[in-house]
Design a protein around this ligand. Sequence first.
Ligand code: UDP
Length: 239
Amino acid sequence: MASEIRYPRVLLKVSGEALMGSQGFGIDVAVADRIASDIAEAHRLGVQVSVVVGGGNIFRGVAVASKGGDRVTGDHMGMLGTVINALALRTSLIKMGVDTIVLSAIAMPEICESFSQRSALAHQAAGRVVIFAGGTGNPFFTTDSAGALRAAEMGAAALFKGTQVDGIYSADPKKHPDAVRYDTLTHDEVLQKGLAVMDVAAVALSRENDIPIVVFSIHEKGEFAKILSGGGRATIVTE
Ligand code: UDP
């Protein structure tokens, strides 16, 4: 029931790395299907879900820059990678019967519609899952920042960040078993402690727009819907 839903409209950030599974590169279709099934479950609950996908499983601009190449070209390559991931996630959602549209920050009309806030809101109002591709459309940004930006533009009640673990820790718990896990934090604490959950621009933008960030494990099947329904396990960053 709608009254049980904690966040009726959300923006989910899915990193490219989440889509590659254990392959080390590219897209594992079984993993994309699994993540899509979580989005489909949330959609069935009546939650308006839009998604920003990363591209780190395909390309990161810094990889070009670190070898003496042009950073801007590298970032263009990275943004194109996010479009590939968006199409893969859309394919998975369509297979599950979820009407889904990809909107790109970089115009490529033969492949998908271009982003505008107006059309994104219209597609969402029509009951579609909206996937945002191309990041912010600008080099020197990340898809985390695109997540915070689109969350604000869509009027999302929360920015969900799916990660490899079940919340924010004081250090990487895979490398530091004694790392402390936080249940709640403020945006300022995330910035002051330098917690590497999202980049500074993304956290600052969310703080400015008073949007909570919900950090949870993208690999825990059903967790997304559980948190949306008021349960589940996550770190919640709020003022
Ligand atoms: N990128 C960019 N501008 C943006 C978003 C992304 O230039 O607004 C480029 C950048 O090179 C980045 C790559 O796309 O490294 C992939 O995005 P990101 O690293 O955020 O993906 P994720 O880590 O979430 O998979």
